[in-house]
Design a protein around this ligand. Structure first.
Ligand SMILES: CC(C)(COP(=O)(O)OP(=O)(O)OC[C@H]1O[C@@H](n2cnc3c(N)ncnc32)[C@H](O)[C@@H]1OP(=O)(O)O)[C@@H](O)C(=O)NCCC(=O)NCCS
Length: 144
């Protein structure tokens, strides 16, 4: 059964492995440990039994939140986990006082862009060569 709730220290080994398998410039386990210790960070994990199948998280700054991590285990994609996880995160961000939420996404990342648009995010800007490995423009999306 799918469970989505706050990220736990015990999740971090699996979270950092999934992160390394999804991104060319992954956060280390230490980066996740550091971020989880911050009071303005909101991170959630999706688990099936004890297996981590996804995670996402954001920082809240005053009444705005910046989502910086979203990933679902490759073999578990297209089953609605990303959407459910993001819905839980957005609820938590609202409760933490965020009236507006932003994120950046690679211009070619059709799956993520479609997910964000379906959740109400709108592209408000483009950051030239925001990404490395490979270099690519980033779309700046907001949900207000
Ligand atoms: C982006 C990602 C998190 C989506 O997770 P997911 O669990 O597969 O997404 P869901 O099954 O909840 O799909 C939700 C919506 O996203 C969109 N979507 C998901 N996969 C898609 C694909 N391959 N192509 C187009 N749209 C897609 C659809 O709009 C879908 O809604 P629908 O099912 O009503 O059509 C996942 O593909 C992933 O981890 N990608 C690699 C890491 C990454 O790129 N993270 C984002 C960095 S900004």
């Amino acid at each position: 059964m799918l469970q989505i709730d706050d990220m736990r220290t015990e999740d971090l080994e699996q979270v950092s492995r999934l992160e390394a398998s999804c991104f060319s410039m992954p956060w280390s386990k230490k980066s996740f440990e550091e971020v989880m210790g911050k009071s303005d960070a909101v991170y959630v994990t999706a688990r099936e039994e004890e297996k981590v199948v996804g995670y996402c998280g954001a920082y809240v700054i005053l009444d705005e939140a910046d989502i910086n991590q979203v990933a679902v285990e490759p073999s578990c994609r297209n089953k609605g986990i990303g959407r459910k996880m993001m819905e839980v995160l957005l609820q938590k961000l609202k409760r933490a006082g965020a009236n507006a939420v932003t994120l950046e996404v690679r211009r070619s990342n059709e799956a993520a862009i479609a997910l964000y648009e379906s959740l109400g995010f709108v592209t408000e800007g483009i950051r030239k060569n925001f990404y490395e490995k490979p270099a690519e423009d980033g779309l700046i999306m907001w949900k207000r």
